[in-house]
Every structure is written in structure tokens, then in C-alpha cells.
Design a binder for this molecule. Sequence first.
Ligand code: GLU
Length: 430
Amino acid sequence: MSSLPPADALPSYLDPTHLGPWGVYLQQVDRVAPYLGSLARWVETLKRPKRALIVDVPIELDNGRVAHFEGYRVQHNTSRGPGKGGVRFHQDVTLSEVMALSAWMSIKNAAVNLPFGGAKGGIRVDPRTLSQSELERMTRRYTTEIGVIIGPSKDIPAPDVNTNAQTMAWMMDTYSMNEGLTSTGVVTGKPIALGGSLGRVEATGRGVFVVGCEAARDIGFDVVGARVVVQGFGNVGGTAARLFHETGAKVIAAQDHTGTIHNEFGLDVPNLLAHVAQHGGVGGFGGAEAIDSDTFWALETEFLIPAALESQIHAGNADSVRAKVVVEGANGPTTPEADDILRDKGILVVPDVVANAGGVTVSYFEWVQDFSSFFWSEDEINHRLERIMRDAFAAVSHVAREHSVTLRTAAFIVACTRILQARQVRGLYP
Ligand code: GLU
């Protein structure tokens, strides 16, 4: 067997000291390699995206000027099924971030045993600076540019940060018009009128809530009366906060790009959701005091739910965290150094690849419903979702105990084993 080329001859993206989410992902893979037995022979597969596309997205702005945006679609792995993962619009999106997010989709889909590989897309743009018609033109041009590699059996996009059901409707329509057919299964997270699934909008937050309850049961504390701190009050954080609140937990603090608020007696979550819908964020909410970010991370709480962006819990703030459980609603919110600090403090981290898998799980249901043109009730969706989330949490906890590793490493052991088994039996071709 030939050995790897010297490190300096490796592509830069194989360097685990690479800063940012892709470097975080590489370190997570390195941690799991010793547990893969003979499959470790294939581990290099996980460190290289199968396919990465960079596209120019030019649009005419409302003022007549032409603007260019950079767009990406990365298919990290398709050994177990077509690529699957969201599309985000954010001013900080980079190719290496999308690579990491696509890789986490491979791990997530395998960890909960959905028949998908992993993919992700994004456009480097602040969507708040665009009008609705500019957004539509940008989404349609992006879809046309990535149209060569997406499709219901190839790669299926979905919503992510700053994208939603309307974005998916434009993508579905553009792809369908270009192909000369009506393809509902090319994206998930669509409006119900286009073959979307009941329960999809809430699915990620519901999954966060379900595994949070499982974690509480595991550790032995009651969710009723438990304190909850949430970073990000969008679709994921907002829904999770609402479900915890409805169960009798106390959401004591919330943070997003508009501010950080705290009320030790519990925020009025329904009113806060209405405030966010009206003002675009938690900032300025009446029933709470404004606090600074350091105080926020150090709040004593049962649940801490990072549900915004990557690398929010890092070496600089992990030591101040005083939560019993961290439930990762976001993708990649905890760096490997912070993971070690939280583990040493005895804080249980339910990793993103399990905790936020509810969204893609209901995306899978949507894709199946579109293919069969037979639609399920919301009860049926939520029931199946809960079962998959509970089973995934139990399976990963079991492996964590067996090997005395964190839930993240256990989830990676489960997922990488599934991906590399598929890789091995498929073989190399040509
Ligand atoms: N963007 C979501 C995630 O990060 C959902 C992806 C999907 O449904 O394909 O898991």
C-alpha cells in the first residue's frame, strides 16, 4: 500500500491546522479514526469533498446596476445516497465553510441512518441588503448555475440560514423550467402547495427539543422547571424555545444578532416570538434586561442551546459555561478545544449531527412523499420524527458508553462506519 504524500504536498484543505469550520471537521475525523478498525483504510475519503462547485451569480439590482455574488455547492460524499443539505445566504459564507457544512451533513445523515450523502450550498451575500425581487433573481440564477449537479436523485437542497420555503419554491420552479418538467423532489422545505411536508418548518427545533428531553432523562433531571438559554431565535432556536416553554421549562435568556436578553423568572416566549417576527430579532424586547455576551455564556442553566452559527463556544468562553447540557441546534457551534473543556467540566454535549438532524429527517419524509405522491398527516410526521431522534440518541449514547467517548465522537463512529462500509462495498471505479 502506498503511503500518503508528504504533508507539504497535500492540498491545503487537508491540513487539520486549517482555521475555521473545515479545520474543526478534520480534527473531529482524526479523533474518530482510531475507532474505525479496518475501515480506517478509507478514512481519507472523508477528508476530501467529492465535488465542489464555485459559481458566479450576476444579477441586475433594482437600481439598474449589475452585482456579482459568489455561490457554492459542495457534495461531500454520496456513498450512501444522493447529496442532501441546505443552502445558506450569509455575508461570511466561504468555500471552506460550505465544505465543512457539507461534511457535517454526510455525518448527520449517516448518524440518523437516512439514505443520503452530504451536500451544502451557499451564497456570500447579506440578504438583508436585497429587495424581494433581487433575492428572487439571485436565487434563480444560482439555481441555474448549480443546476448541472443537483436533481432529485443527485443532490437535493433545502433551507438553511436566511433561506426558507419561498427560496425553495423559486429553486424548484427554476430547476423545473430549465429541465422542462415539474420536479417537486429536487428541493425539500418547500411550501405545502408545492409538495412540501407538514411539520417541516418546525422539524429542526422539534428534534432539538426531543433529544434535549432524552438527555435530561439520561442525566436525571426534570424538564419541567428547567432553565433554558438559547442563542439564535430563528426557526431552530425559536421553535425549540417554544416547545421547552410549553412543556414547563423556563427560557431565561436569548441572544441573536440584534441583542442579548435575560429574565431569571423566564421570558414570555409567545410574546418574544411575536416581537422577533415584528422586529427581526430579540433586541429591545420589553420583558427582559439587556446583558452582555460574556454574562450570557456564563449563565447557570440546565440547557444551553446554541442555534445560530459555527464556533460560538470556543476556548475563550467554554470554561465559563455553567450548563448541564449543551444541545447543538446550529451546525458546528463548538470547537474541538471547547469540546474538551466542556467534557472535563462534566457538561454533556448533544452534538449537532444528532441534535439538529430533525430538519433533514423531515426533509427525507418530504422527498419520500414527493416521490410517492402520497402525503402523511402532521401527527404521523411528528411521531416518526420523534422515534428517529430518540433511537439515534439511544444508539449514540450506547456507543459513547461502550468506548468511553463523548457523544460527538460516538456519533462520528456510528456515521463514519456506515459511510465507509458503503464506500468499501461499492469499491473504486473505474
Ligand atoms: N439545513 C438543515 C441542516 O443543516 C436541513 C438540511 C436538509 O433538510 O437537507 O440540517
